[in-house]
Ligand binder design. Structure first.
Ligand code: F6P
Length: 548
């Protein structure tokens, strides 16, 4: 039986029709004055407020019953114990073991030993680079580190490095970090103009070590170095580090064994920021800082496993997403961090959520008859206000949003004389964050009566009734960022359990890779046809322009 026919799902549909369909958010607030007390949770440095969701306590009770019906506690047990829950690939999804403290009971002994050994090896490389003991071919210390990777091998470390720049350690003051992912070479072409072969180190980050985007950039890097370095062995051993689950492929490419950092097939690419894929983060904030990042995630893991359902952050975040999408038929979900340091967080989250739960077939291979992952997008919140928030406020679609903001900032480390002014700017950002969620909820009823009376035309009116969640953190630190990412990872897991899908594979990406290989050959070979007029027509055009 499909979950959409199950008693808990049907009860939620009935509840929506009888209790919520005709009730708006402002009415819910009129009827219950302590919504914030009832629908907010604190865990370490994070606060989650779901009181601006279109729910009542009965909705929450029914959603929790849905989670129970779907066997969520058993699934959580399986996730943490390393059961092969990635069913299509027959393996575990043990990213939580990467952040389990060395003596924690949460991780299997053998796994813990491997994890710590590779973390130690990574720490050794970080130390050599920081102490300027790692030298380029001419004996000069490294000044530029370029991470070559894509998807999970790029988005996580890039997002975290941008977010945590203020935590740069003294030993990394002179180190510049760069991220290159695009297959077309545009990032490489531009970057290489400004780099010096003598002092540049490349990190090849690829779980599979077969991703053409990354290997193409790596080959360009190799050629660029070869202009200056004749000795291939020196070139490879002093200018390349590899981070992968495939030591054999790294060796085949030429990465010296001493420069190989490993992780395992039981770590999904989009869950790999906690592994050696996090090397750029450790280079920036030091290994101790990286351990604090892991500790934040571990704290969220412990919360997820032990907090009571009604106060369990990932569970609540996952369930309100299900409610919005499957019962209120929300069309999209916007992620709006009110902090420029979290600029890359929405992109990171789009991969985490959409690559994990963008599926239409359940774990048994049957087509589902309900919606799974919504379309997720986002932007720094204040910039979004001047770009797409118009649609959130006055468009025709029901949408939902997550607002994310740190409460404190600029208490130190600002340019002389700017501290107070920057703190005032941070307050402006917070004020806008609160204002947007209020307007989404109340519409123009957020105004006083006199101001509202002046809105004479329909195009000036805001209907409101758009639900949102607010996540506040005391400060953005390695620890709170770790908590935040783990929160969303577990949210995705909760939703996958409800939707009965495997969030740890991504077969939908594979076909594109195969067809790209065919198309690549076809560009060079005019005999090669696809027997459909669109692609054949485009190929003819490309060939004719290239041969002009
Ligand atoms: O193509 C999608 C994907 O497989 C992602 O899941 C992954 O994060 C990315 O490519 C990069 O893969 P890899 O780390 O193996 O190069």
């Amino acid at each position: 039986m499909s979950v959409s026919q199950s008693p808990a799902w049907v009860a939620l549909e009935q509840h929506y029709r009888s209790e919520l369909q005709q009730r708006t958010l402002p009415q819910l607030f009129d009827q219950q004055s302590d919504r914030y007390q009832q629908f907010s949770v604190v865990a370490d440095q994070l606060l989650l407020d779901i009181s601006k969701q279109r729910i009542t306590s009965q909705t929450l009770t029914l959603l929790l019953q849905l989670a129970e019906q779907q066997g969520l506690s058993r699934w959580i047990g399986d996730l943490f114990s390393g059961a092969p829950i990635n069913s299509s690939e027959g393996r575990a999804a043990l990213h939580t073991a990467l952040r389990a403290a060395p003596n924690s009971t949460a991780s299997d002994d053998r796994v813990a030993v491997d994890v710590q050994a590779n973390l130690e090896k990574m720490a050794g490389l970080v130390e050599r680079i920081h102490r300027q003991q790692w030298r380029g071919y001419s004996g000069k210390p490294i000044t530029d580190v370029v991470n070559l990777g894509v998807g999970g091998s790029d988005l996580g470390p890039q997002m975290a490095c941008h977010a945590l720049e203020e935590f740069r350690v003294e030993d990394a003051q002179q180190l510049r970090l760069h991220f290159v992912s695009s297959i077309d070479g545009s990032q490489m072409a531009e970057l290489l103009k400004h780099l010096n072969q003598e002092t540049t180190l490349f990190i090849l980050s690829s779980k599979s070590f077969t991703t053409i985007d990354t290997l193409a950039n790596a080959d360009t890097a190799k050629r660029w170095l070869a202009q200056k370095v004749e000795n291939r062995q020196v070139l490879l051993s002093q200018h390349f580090i590899g981070c992968s689950a495939s030591p054999a492929k790294m060796s085949e490419w030429g990465i010296a064994e001493s420069n190989q950092l490993l992780f395992w097939d039981w770590v999904g690419g989009r869950y790999s920021v906690w592994s050696v894929i996090g090397l750029p983060i450790a280079l920036l904030i030091g290994v101790e800082g990286f351990r604090r990042f892991l500790a934040g995630a571990e704290s969220m893991d412990n919360h997820f496993r032990t907090a009571s359902p009604a106060k369990n952050m990932p569970l609540l975040l996952g369930l309100v997403g299900i409610w919005n999408h499957n019962f209120l038929h929300s069309r999209g979900h916007a992620v709006l961090p009110y902090d420029g340091r979290l600029k890359y967080f929405p992109s990171y989250l789009t991969q985490l959520e959409m690559e994990s739960n963008g599926k239409s077939v359940n774990r048994d291979g049957k087509r589902v008859d309900y919606d799974t992952c919504p379309i997720i997008w986002g932007e720094v919140g204040s910039n979004a206000q001047h770009a797409f928030d118009q649609l959130l406020h006055q468009g025709t679609q029901p949408v939902s949003c997550d607002f994310i903001a740190p409460v404190l900032r600029y208490r130190s480390g600002t340019a002389e004389g700017t501290g107070e002014q920057l703190q005032a700017q941070q307050q402006l950002a917070l004020a806008n964050c609160l204002a947007q969620s209020r307007v989404l909820m109340f519409g123009d009823r957020a105004l006083d009566d006199a101001s509202r009376a002046k809105l004479s035309r329909n195009d000036q009116r805001y209907p409101g009734n758009q639900p949102s969640t607010t996540l506040l953190m005391d400060e953005l630190t390695p620890f709170s960022l770790g908590q935040l990412l783990a929160l969303y990872e577990h949210k995705v897991f909760v939703q996958s359990v409800i939707w009965e899908i495997n969030p740890f594979d991504q077969w939908g990406v594979e076909l594109g890779k195969q067809i790209a290989n065919q198309a690549g050959m076809a560009i060079d070979d005019p005999q090669c046809r696809f027997d459909e007029s669109s692609t054949d027509g485009l190929l003819d055009f490309i060939r004719s322009v290239r041969h002009q």
